[in-house]
Write a protein that binds this ligand. Structure first.
Ligand SMILES: *Cc1c(COP(=O)(O)O)cnc(C)c1O
Length: 390
C-alpha cells in the first residue's frame, strides 16, 4: 500500500497495513491462532506454519517498524530486553567484547554484564559523549558491538550517532542504537550510519502504557537471518494481540511525538530558575551540552526530562511522591505523564556500578495532557519538596 517514497506520517498509518483481502476490513485482523492448516504436508499458505515462527499480525508490525526506521528487516519481540538478548546472542561469541555507555538503560547493562558476562562476553563502560574515550575502549578484533543510547537515561546526554558509527566501523564493530527515547519519529539512526536499531516498543511506539514489546530493525541480511533464527529457536516472540496493540499505537506516533516534545519544552523552560530545582536536564534547552548535536540529529527534543532537586534525596523523594497528574511509576513514553525516582526505581539494578544515578534526580515522562495542568502539578510538588526539608 505504501512505498519508500511516502512520507513518515503516511507510512506510520499504512506500511504493512493492507486491508483484509477476504472481507475488505480496513484494519488487518488480529490473527489469534497458534497454528495454520497446511494444504498438503509441508504445503504452507503464504509461508505460515506455526505461531512461534510467524503470524500475520506480527508480520504487519514488523513491516511497519522496518519502514519507519528506514531498514530492510524488522523483527518484533516479547520485550525490549528479549530483542536485545537475541541480538547479542546472534552477534557475539564467548571472548567477544562490547563497548557501551555509562548511562545506558540499567536492564541493558545487567543483560550484557551479568547474563552475557557469565558466558564469556566482556564489556567496557564509557562516557559515550567523549569520542576519545570511546576510541580507546574499542579493541580491534575483539570488540564486536558498540552500544549507543541517545538521548540517554536519565540525564539526557546526547551522543553523536554519525561520528560513533564511523569510529565503531573502523574498529570492526557492529553499531547498535537504542532508539527508545527518541522513537523513529524524531531520530533515524540507520540513516546516520548505525547498523541496528533496538526498541522497547513498550514506550513511545506503543505509546499507551498497555503493552510490553521490543523490536530490532537492520539492513544486513546475514545478521537478520541469525537473529530471526534465534527468535524462532528460543521463542521470545510478540503475541498477536500485543503486536496489534503496538500497531494501533504507532498510527498516532507522529502527532504524539510532536505534542510530547512541545509539552516537555514548555515544562523545561518553566522550571529553569525555580528555587527548588538545581538543574533541568533537557536537550531542548540551549545550555544543555548536547543541544546543538540534538538539533542536528533529531527533529525535536522528545518528551523526557530530568530534574536535580535541591535538598538531596529527601527532597527528591518527597517531590516524586507529591505529584498527582505525574503518577509515580516506572516506564515512559505513554500519553499519560509519569514521574520516576531512578536511584531506587528504574536504576536500582545499577547502584554501586559506574552507572549509578545521583539520589537527587527525578525523571519525568511528559505526557500529552494540558501543559498548564502539568505545570501546576509540578509547581505544587516542588513547593512540597522543600517544605519539611529544612
Ligand atoms: C524500557 C527500556 C528497555 C527495555 O525494554 P522492555 O520492553 O522493558 O524489555 C530498553 N531500553 C530502553 C531505553 C528502555 O527505556
Amino acid at each position: 500500500m505504501t512505498d519508500k517514497s511516502s512520507h513518515f506520517d503516511t507510512r506510520a498509518i499504512h506500511a504493512g497495513q493492507d486491508f483484509d483481502p477476504t472481507t475488505g476490513a480496513v484494519i488487518p485482523p488480529v490473527y489469534l491462532t497458534s497454528t495454520f492448516v497446511q494444504k498438503g504436508i509441508g504445503q504452507l499458505r503464504n509461508g505460515y506454519e506455526y505461531g512461534r515462527a510467524s503470524n500475520p499480525t506480527r508480520t504487519a508490525l514488523q513491516d511497519l517498524l522496518a519502514s519507519l526506521e528506514g531498514g530492510t528487516y524488522g523483527l518484533s519481540f516479547a520485550s525490549g530486553l528479549a530483542a536485545e538478548d537475541a541480538l547479542l546472542r546472534a552477534a557475539l561469541k564467548p571472548g567477544d567484547h562490547v563497548v557501551l555507555g555509562n548511562d545506558v538503560y540499567g536492564g541493558t547493562h545487567r543483560l550484557i554484564n551479568r547474563i552475557h558476562g557469565a558466558w564469556g562476553i566482556t564489556n567496557t563502560v564509557v562516557d559515550m559523549s567523549n569520542l576519545f574515550e570511546v576510541q580507546s575502549a574499542l579493541k580491534k578484533g575483539s570488540t564486536k558491538i558498540l552500544w549507543i543510547e541517545t538521548p540517554s537515561n536519565p540525564l539526557m546526554k546526547i551522543s553523536d550517532i554519525a561520528e560513533l558509527s564511523d569510529i565503531g566501523h573502523q574498529a570492526g564493530a557492529i553499531v547498535v542504537v537504542d532508539n527508545t527515547f527518541a522513537s523513529p519519529a524524531l531520530q533515524q539512526p540507520l540513516a546516520l550510519g548505525a547498523d541496528v536499531v533496538v526498541h522497547s516498543t513498550t514506550k513511545y511506539l506503543g505509546g499507551h502504557s498497555d503493552v510490553i514489546g521490543g523490536a530490532l530493525v537492520l539492513n544486513d541480511e546475514e545478521l537478520a537471518e541469525q537473529v530471526a533464527f534465534i527468535q524462532f529457536a528460543a521463542g521470545a516472540v510478540s503475541g498477536p494481540m500485543d503486536a496489534w496493540l503496538t500497531i494501533r499505537g504507532i498510527k498516532t506516533l507522529s502527532p504524539r511525538a510532536e505534542r510530547h516534545s512541545r509539552n516537555a519544552q514548555a515544562i523545561a523552560e518553566h522550571l529553569v530558575g525555580n528555587p527548588a530545582v538545581e538543574r533541568v536536564y533537557y536537550p531542548g534547552l540551549p545550555d544543555h551540552p548536547g543541544h546543538e548535536l540534538a538539533r542536528q540529529q533529531m527533529s525535536a527534543f522528545g518528551g523526557m526530562l530530568s530534574l536535580a532537586i535541591k535538598g538531596g534525596a529527601k527532597a527528591a523523594r518527597r517531590f516524586a511522591e507529591s505529584t498527582v497528574l505525574f503518577q509515580l511509576a516506572e516506564s515512559l513514553g505513554g500519553v499519560e505523564s509519569l514521574v520516576n525516582y531512578p536511584s531506587e526505581m528504574t536504576h536500582a539494578s545499577v547502584r554501586g556500578t559506574e552507572l549509578e544515578v545521583p539520589d537527587n534526580i527525578v525523571r519525568l515522562s511528559v505526557g500529552i495532557e494540558s501543559v498548564e495542568d502539568l505545570i501546576a502539578d509540578l509547581d505544587a510538588a516542588l513547593v512540597r519538596s522543600q517544605k519539611r526539608a529544612k
